[in-house]
Design a protein around this ligand. Structure first.
Ligand code: ZN
Ligand code: ZN
Ligand code: ZN
Length: 303
């Protein structure tokens, strides 16, 4: 999915503030994605919010590099036609966790390993999903047929706010190793308790019970935190916190930080209000000729 955009679903603007902000995971019907950092949002599609006191409060908390406050990008039409340019206006997300599991054969691999294929849900973004191409079942004896792949539901998180893929390869081989075998997830027993979930390596036969990823055993069996920020595509070096295994969909994995201000109109007429609210834009102007365009721009951005 390097350059192509595929619509995968929709959320309300208020959900972007309170539930699915940058760094949060969105558990869609067939996919799990992380909301990307605002550095890769399309700024031109995000209307300005001109509210000087709120901007000052945000700058005080985050620093003077915050230039402006903006709304999320909103597409103008309600069309579900995923082939239109308008349908591609939105908040960028990427698949996370990156590891998927084939529901038929248990194959466990990153989504971009070449074993899975993205099937776009034309006209129905929420139907977009990954499939295991030519799956032949867990014993490899069935006719090749595409089977649905779902996100592997285990992740690593640390108290410093890092979130990473579960270290499947490391975990099943009990530490760092060069084995290139494909991994498989399987169940023993009737219930889906962690004690009944296993991961195994097809090549060397190493296998491990998922219960080893939790509690005291987890502390002994998991690698150190890599400092991953999946929404920024970055790794922060030198995190000293112990990562813990968490389940996808845990409600305590993301919290918003919010600041609010009460907007009280100060000036008596609309033009004076516009001047006051947009003063940071007017103060930069070099000639009178630039005024009408600035006013037009500010009006357009909904001030
Ligand atoms: Zn399969
Ligand atoms: Zn192996
Ligand atoms: Zn960490």
């Amino acid at each position: 999915m390097a350059h192509e955009k595929t619509p995968v679903g929709s959320v309300r603007p208020s959900q972007l503030l309170w539930t699915y902000g940058p760094g949060a995971l969105i558990d869609l019907p067939n996919l799990s994605v992380v909301t990307s950092g605002i550095d890769i949002w399309e700024k031109d599609r995000c209307n300005l919010v001109i509210e000087n006191r709120l901007l000052a409060a945000v700058q005080k908390a985050l620093g003077p590099q915050v230039e402006s406050l903006r709304m999320p990008p909103i597409s103008k039409s309600e069309s579900n036609d995923t082939s239109s340019a308008e349908a591609n206006v939105g908040v960028p997300v990427r698949p996370f966790p990156r590891w998927l599991r084939c529901v038929k054969c248990g194959l466990l691999s990153p989504y971009d390993s070449g074993l899975f294929e993205l099937k776009e849900g034309y006209r129905r973004p929420e139907a977009t999903r990954f499939v295991h191409q030519g799956c032949r079942g867990s014993k490899g004896d069935q006719p090749a047929k595409d089977a649905d792949a779902v996100p592997a539901r285990f992740l690593l998180a640390c108290k410093n706010g890092h979130l990473d893929d579960f270290p499947w390869q490391w975990f099943v081989h009990s530490g760092p190793n060069d084995c290139k075998g494909t991994l498989r997830f399987f169940e023993s027993g009737a219930s889906l308790q962690t004690e009944n979930l296993w991961v195994k390596c097809d090549a060397c036969g190493a296998a491990r019970n998922m219960a080893h990823a939790f509690g005291q055993l987890g502390k002994e069996n998991l690698p150190g935190c890599r400092g991953r920020h999946p929404h920024l595509d970055q790794f922060e070096p030198d995190c000293d916190a112990d990562p813990r295994a968490v389940l996808l969909g845990a409600t305590n994995s993301w919290f918003p930080v919010s600041l609010s201000a009460l907007a009280i109109p100060q000036a008596k007429d609309a033009l004076a209000q516009l001047l006051e609210d947009g003063w940071s834009f007017f103060s930069d102007l070099e000639s009178l000729d630039e005024v009408p365009l600035t006013i037009k721009l500010l009006k357009k951005t909904g001030s």
